[in-house]
Design a protein around this ligand. Sequence first.
Ligand SMILES: [Cu+2]
Length: 146
Amino acid sequence: MNRILVGTILGVFLLAGAHADIAWDADLKTIKTRKTKDVVITLRSESGQWTQGKNTFVLEFTSPSSPPGADAGQAALLDVGQVTLSTVMPMPGMAPMLAGATLTPDKVAGRYLGTISFPDSGARQVTVTWDGPAGKGSTRFSVPVR
Ligand SMILES: [Cu+2]
């Protein structure tokens, strides 16, 4: 491959990457914010809600001492290391429905890209755990699936 072609391909990748970052920061709506004494967890997605089927989302950990309303400004993000997100839907008279998210750390510590699938709608009990340089903990909260 000649140099110009390689340069062009790299350029296209870089542009695509930059565009994706802008889309995230600007266009994501908050699904849920959960504040604990150690961290503030913010769940965000393009639509601002989880729906039946496959969902992509962003999970961010920030410091509780950040200014109110500060979204994931890099300075406020906390490096919480290993993170899991699991959900359960209690169903009367039946085994609870379980679904776990696949989480991938973003380039910036404290932000994770997630996917999760829900076979039906209804409220989910969500458990998030973290274990890293900024401490270790877990919290539970409820999120509706539309
Ligand atoms: Cu269910």
